[in-house]
Design a protein around this ligand. Structure first.
Ligand SMILES: [Ca+2]
Ligand SMILES: [Ca+2]
Ligand SMILES: [Ca+2]
Length: 242
């Protein structure tokens, strides 16, 4: 089952990133948690995805500020972590048994060499009641000042997804999920998608940061700022604005 979903997830990534990156094969999951980091995006951009295990995981990702800031995945309940990428000379390091961190850019080995910048960061969790959080306002390096987009996907069961900072996409999937989007980067709209199930969606920030909400099926409750947008209003059974 997980193999099928992993393939679906990878296919989705390839679809999203339209990249030509070599995709690594995830290690056998004999342990409770495994982690895979995959690079893939439209060259020379980079995307990094962290896959957790079946079962309830508690995972965080932080995008530090500054060109030299790092992208840090923490999984304190992991039995082990592993690292797969398509870069010779990876920009990610296994810092300890439960922490992987990645540079926000890497110069590849091509001739002439290209500076590859990370534009997308994802955490994908499968079954289990997962708690996934993101934080940090780290920007893409260079002159665009476009925030790195952080995507948290809970898939099955009752997940709690919380994003603070930057530009975020929360995807609850099936199950009765709780999605919370805190203050982000003005002018870059966050997205909260409850998916199937009875979801609680909180996009209140009291800041100029605007959010977009999908409730989908189930009996969903939304708390939102006045300016936040409901993409499927009829599917949001309860909507309140402080
Ligand atoms: Ca889950
Ligand atoms: Ca859901
Ligand atoms: Ca729903």
């Amino acid at each position: 089952m997980k193999t099928v979903r992993l393939l679906v997830g990878i296919a989705a990534l390839i679809s999203v990133f339209a990249g030509t990156a070599v995709v690594g094969v995830a290690p056998a999951s004999g342990v409770r948690t495994y982690l895979t980091v995959i690079y893939g995006n439209s060259y020379p951009e980079l995307g990094i995805t962290y896959f957790t295990s079946e079962g309830a995981d508690v995972v965080s990702v932080e995008v530090e500020s500054g060109d030299n800031g790092r992208i840090i995945f923490r999984d304190p309940n992991a039995a082990a972590m592993s690292l797969i990428d398509d870069q010779p000379g990876t920009a990610c390091t296994l810092d300890d048994a439960v922490t992987i961190s990645c540079a926000k850019s890497v110069v590849d080995g091509n001739n002439p060499p290209s500076l590859r910048r990370v534009h997308n960061v994802s955490v994908v969790s499968w079954g289990g009641d997962d708690v996934i959080a993101s934080a940090g306002f780290g920007m893409v390096m260079g002159s665009t000042y476009t925030p790195i987009t952080v995507t948290l996907s809970g898939w099955e069961d009752a997940d709690t997804l919380t994003a603070t900072g930057g530009r975020s996409r929360l995807i609850g999937g099936t199950g009765d999920d709780r999605l919370v989007s805190g203050p982000g980067t003005p002018n870059f709209r966050d997205s909260l998608d409850g998916g199937e199930g009875n979801d609680t969606i909180d996009s209140v920030t009291g800041s100029p940061d605007l959010d977009g909400v999908y409730c989908r099926t189930g009996t969903d409750h939304v708390v939102k700022d006045t300016g936040d947008i409901l993409y499927d209003t009829a599917s949001c059974e309860s909507v309140t604005t402080p």
